[in-house]
Design a protein around this ligand. Structure first.
Ligand code: NAD
Length: 331
């Protein structure tokens, strides 16, 4: 079957996802949820979406009576994901939530619990888990081609513009660069090394407290330790452009990727030579992969489920705690 998807929140990333879904084999955009009637009008024309599949933030619970929609993809500001996802679950529809799944681990766990109770799937928009070069590197690591992984370095950042956007509003964003872009280095460390961290340390640098208010991080350097003894050293920032690089070395080989998580093409090489897997629009692969996961239970190389999201949120909670206390936080 085809996964029939409604998108909630018709902003810039939703625009990218909708366009990518035009090339999907297994997923189709069939519904819209927005607070802006002019966007509903424009999008429904563009994507040929019937009025009966269009909702706003007040009435979308009625989606439970709409058999034409299987799943809702929540692409709104981070601070809204939890409540919106739980409402979708209660309407009996599968939930795809953008990253970060919420603004802390407790929110993430509440989403996992609500989806379990409603017997619907909860998936997080981890598009890199479907990206061919990333998948190839993870497979190489699983096959032991890097030997024992020892060290990961992740650098994730860009220079953020407009000081009035929701990404710099603690309530809607849940934090700053860490929630938005630093999460790629956290998630990357986990899938590149193939382990879960047992401790974190972190240091914050804030050069512009006017723009980056209390609770909104500008730049955080953080370190993670893993059970094998492997370590990760990462940088998350809203104050350096085009920072998008992963490096991992083991006792049998190494890989570097730059760009490592941008929309693509991803580029990289290992001790064996360049990564040559073809570039396909990430969100196209992601949505086809999520359809296979929902209908056939086919798992991607690393999970994209709610539990996976909670793991990242727990690490983010610990990083913020480490910044505050200056100490080493055990996970
Ligand atoms: P955006 O500002 O472009 O879009 C957000 C949308 O939410 C807008 O259409 C806005 O109207 C709507 N919205 C609904 N209620 C709102 C409210 N109370 N306040 C503000 N806006 C409200 O943002 P975006 O870049 O599309 O990001 C949306 C989500 O997608 C975020 O969680 C972000 O982390 C995630 N994202 C993921 C990726 C990825 O590669 N996976 C890339 C970009 C963004």
């Amino acid at each position: 079957p085809i996964l029939k998807v409604a998108i909630m929140g018709l902003g810039s990333y939703a625009t990218r996802v909708a366009k990518a879904m035009e090339d999907c084999q297994r997923a189709k955009l069939v519904g819209l949820i927005s607070g802006t009637p002019s966007k509903i009008e424009e999008w429904s024309k563009k994507y040929d979406i019937p009025e009966k599949n269009c909702y706003n933030y007040e009435n979308f619970d009625a989606i439970k009576d709409n058999p034409d929609i299987d799943a809702v993809y929540v692409i709104t500001p981070n601070g809204l994901h939890k409540d919106q996802s739980i409402r979708v679950a209660k309407a009996g529809k599968h939930v795809i939530s953008e990253k970060p799944m919420g603004i802390n681990a407790a929110e993430g766990q509440a989403m996992v619990d609500a989806c379990k109770a409603a017997n619907v799937k909860l998936l997080i928009g981890y598009r890199m888990h479907f990206e061919p070069k990333t998948v190839a590197v993870i497979q190489m690591r699983k096959d032991g081609e890097f030997g024992q992984p020892k060290f990961f370095q992740g650098q994730s950042g860009f220079t953020i513009g407009d000081p009035n956007q929701w990404r710099l509003d603690k309530k809607l964003a849940g934090g700053g660069a860490m929630m938005d872009i630093g999460i790629y280095s956290i998630n990357g460390a986990r899938y590149m090394l193939g382990e879960e961290p047992i401790w974190v340390t972190a240091q914050e640098t804030k050069t512009n407290p006017e723009k980056f208010k209390e609770g909104v991080d500008e730049t955080i350097q953080f370190q993670m330790g893993f059970p094998s003894g492997a370590v990760a050293n990462c940088l998350s920032t809203y104050n350096m452009n085009n920072l998008d690089r992963f490096y991992m070395t083991g006792d049998g080989g190494w890989v570097e990727m730059q760009p490592s998580t941008g929309y693509g093409p991803i580029e990289g090489r290992t001790h064996k030579g360049p990564l040559t897997q073809p570039h396909v629009t990430h969100q196209t692969l992601q949505m086809d992969g999520m359809a296979e996961l929902i209908f056939e239970g086919k798992q991607p190389i690393v999970p994209v489920n709610g539990e996976e999201g909670v793991k990242d949120m727990k690490i983010i909670d610990a990083i913020y705690k480490a910044v505050k206390t200056g100490g080493k936080i055990e996970l």
